[in-house]
Every structure is written in C-alpha cells, then in structure tokens.
Design a protein around this ligand. Structure first.
Ligand SMILES: Nc1nc2c(ncn2[C@@H]2O[C@H](COP(=O)(O)OP(=O)(O)OP(=O)(O)O)[C@@H](O)[C@H]2O)c(=O)[nH]1
Ligand SMILES: [Zn+2]
Length: 377
C-alpha cells in the first residue's frame, strides 16, 4: 500500500512525500511493507492513529511499549508518527516509532517524580493570553519555559477588541512588557479570537504539514481561537461547557484537528497544566538577558538577594530591569532546581535498580556450589 502523502500532510506529515534521507528514511526503508500513521489518541489499552483527517482506528502496540517499567518518553504519545502494517479495519500492527522532531513534556502529578510526554512533533506552540484583566506576563514567561523541546513559541494576545484594538493602550502596554520576547525573536500577535481576518496572521504557522498546539490558562481563548481557525463550532466554548458534568469538552473529540489552511492543531488535556520537569533551560526561554546579567554578579553563587555587587539588583535599581520579571525568573529557577533534584534521585534509583537486576541475572544461571563446612585445621 503506497502512503497518501497529501492526506498525511493534512495531519502534519512534515515532508511533501517520502523522506529520501535521514533517520526517518532509514527506518522506512527497513520496513518497506509498512506505512506512516499519526497517533491521535492515547489510551491505557493502546493507540488510535490516523492516515488522514477525520479518521481514527486502533493499532496493535509493539510489545515493548507495554512493559510497565518503560519510561514514558519511550512510549508513543499523541503526535507521534508510527509505521503500521495492515488494513485499518483489521487492527493493524505498529512496527516502529519514528524519532521525534520535538516534544512537549511536563512533570507528572503525584508523589513520585515522573515525566509525562504530552505531545510530540509539534512545530509551533501558541501561548495564548487575554488582553483583559487576566493579562499576566509572568504566566507567559512560565509557558515559554515549558514549551522548550523543539517547538517554536508564538505569543498570541487575544481580546484585542475588548482592550481597544491591537493598538489600544493595553495592547501597547502588553507589548512593552513583552519587549524582551521581541528582542529574542519570539513573535507576538495581537488578535480578536472571534474574528477570522484577525486570526489569519496565525496562518503563517499553520501551513501544510505543520502542527501547532495552544497553551494558556482557562478563559484565555484557546477554544475560541480553535473554532475560528477551524471555521466551525468544533469545540464548545465556555458558556456551554459549564453544564457538562464531565468537564472540558461536551463532545468527545480526537486530539488532532485539521485546518483549512493545511496545518493541524493538537489539543490534549495534559496541555493545560504544565509543571517543570527539571530539564528546562532558563537561558533559552525568554530570560537570556537575565542569565547573561547574572554572570556579572560579584559572587558566582549569588542568590540575588542581599549580596553586594549583585548585577540583577543593580539593574533593577537603575531601572533597566523589571523587578517582577526577575522575581519570576528566581521562582522558576528554584522550581526547576527542585524538579532537577528529584529527577537526579530518580535516575540514581533506576540506575541502582538496573545494576541490581543485571547482577541478579548474572548470578542466577551459575548455580553457586554449596559451601561445605569450613575446613578445620
Ligand atoms: N471579545 C472577545 N472575547 C474572547 C476572545 N477570546 C476569547 N473570548 C471569550 O472569552 C471566553 C473564554 O474563551 P475560551 O475560548 O472558552 O477560553 P479557553 O482558553 O478555551 O478556556 P478553557 O477551555 O477553560 O481552557 C469566551 O466567552 C470567549 O468568547 C477575543 O479575542 N475577544
Ligand atoms: Zn546577583
């Protein structure tokens, strides 16, 4: 069966045909009778994949994905590309997982440290924030940190219509607050999420073969944006959902939504609460300037608190650095450090466990001869 690359492209296939070189090409060549399909749902029992928009069928997982000890990152997630063999009607078999081009991860909730891969192969992460009273640059900084891992962040400020238009006072104020992002080439778009023409600026990141996610707090306008981009009432927004006992969306929907512009959106529930995993790098998330400045503090281990010669506090005093931004930087830094510590403990435990397991395996086959009574001399 020859893959239909035009159909695949509508669900985010990143090439115009089959790749001719690279890892994906090699893996595809190793499985000439298999074809690509994208994971659109992940369940305890297995995966639902698609080969074109509006489709979804179950596949048989590779046995290794079902091992309980497998770290979550090694298991497919929504957005992953699999190679499958067999007809959709007859539950095809997955034969390979294609390497990820990008990931969005978070720390899993719960007592023990764990990571959760919430989406793979995302080209763009739209960080959505309303220009109403809910506008919060600190939250944008946090989301920027969380979408590291290969996706291009784009800040989308909604409700420009309520705040006096894209050039209204609040919009200008917001842009000034986010000036650092501009300096670091993070695009900032101001839109009315209810208006088709207004959201058309986002099409630049939603062309054929492109995949985007929307992140942002509740009420920011993610569903509204999705509806306007789709051009239909695909997802029920705010008012309607309140009557829904099961929360979130009133209709079950696949995580992947194809758009007329040729690209697609991925929406998974996990996207709504992002906690650092400990692997994030603040220098790569809108704090590059602060990180550079912090290296100029007199003490290498400066806590930027009471120490003399603190470059950050000096800059705040001189009015060249926003104290609230620095506060958020320090808060996120300590959150990452906390998570990193837990991650290190976990890694040490797993390594220890592996060593113990392999030692046990080495010992068991050789039947150790019973020791006789100690020789008496
Ligand atoms: N006037 C105006 N209203 C907007 C805009 N964007 C969102 N809204 C309204 O804000 C409310 C919340 O928007 P939603 O799209 O439901 O927000 P959400 O981000 O999907 O929220 P959750 O699903 O809870 O995460 C709705 O009543 C929208 O109509 C906008 O650009 N302009
Ligand atoms: Zn300092």
């Amino acid at each position: 069966m020859i893959p239909d690359f035009t159909a695949l492209r509508a669900i985010g296939w990143p090439f115009s045909a089959a790749p001719t070189a690279g890892e994906w090409a090699d893996i595809m060549a190793a499985h000439p009778d298999a074809r690509p399909a994208r994971v659109v749902e992940q369940h305890r029992s297995g995966y639902v994949v698609a080969e074109h928009p509006e489709q979804g069928f179950s596949v048989e997982s590779l046995p290794e994905w079902q091992r309980p000890r497998l770290t979550p990152e090694k298991r497919p997630a929504v957005g992953d590309w699999l190679l499958i063999r067999g007809e959709p009607e007859h539950k095809p078999k997955a034969v390979a997982l294609l390497p990820r081009r990008s990931t969005i991860k978070r720390a899993a909730a719960g007592e023990h440290y764990g990571q959760q891969l919430i989406a793979a192969n995302i080209d763009t992460a739209f960080i959505v924030c309303g220009l109403d009273l809910d506008f919060n640059p600190r939250r944008i900084e946090r989301y920027l940190l969380m979408v590291q891992g290969g996706a291009q962040p784009v800040v989308v400020l909604t409700k420009a219509d309520v705040s006096g238009g894209a050039n209204g006072d609040r919009a200008n104020e917001a842009r000034a607050t986010l000036a650092e992002l501009d300096a670091q080439d993070v695009p900032v778009c101001t839109v009315n999420a209810l208006d088709h023409d207004s959201v058309a600026t986002l099409h630049a990141w939603l062309g054929p073969g492109m995949t985007a996610v929307l992140v942002g707090s509740s009420g920011a306008g993610k569903s509204t944006l999705t509806n306007t981009l789709v051009g239909s009432e695909r997802m029920k927004t705010g008012a309607v959902r309140e009557n829904d006992a099961r929360g979130r969306h009133t209709t079950t929907h696949r995580a992947l939504i194809s758009l007329a512009s040729g690209g697609c959106l991925i929406d998974t529930p996990g996207m709504r609460e992002l906690k650092p995993t400990g692997e994030e790098d603040l220098a790569e998330s809108g704090f590059t300037d602060i990180e550079a400045l912090a290296r100029q503090c007199r003490f290498r281990n400066c806590q930027h608190d009471q120490e003399p010669g603190c470059a950050l506090r000096n800059a705040i005093a001189a009015g060249t650095l926003d104290a609230r931004r620095v506060g958020n930087y320090l808060k996120l830094d300590s959150e990452i450090a906390g998570a990193a510590e837990r991650l290190a403990v976990r890694q040490a435990q797993t390594t220890g466990e592996k060593v113990r397991r392999s030692n046990t395996a080495k010992r068991t086959p050789k039947k150790t001869p019973k020791r006789g009574a100690p020789k008496r001399r």
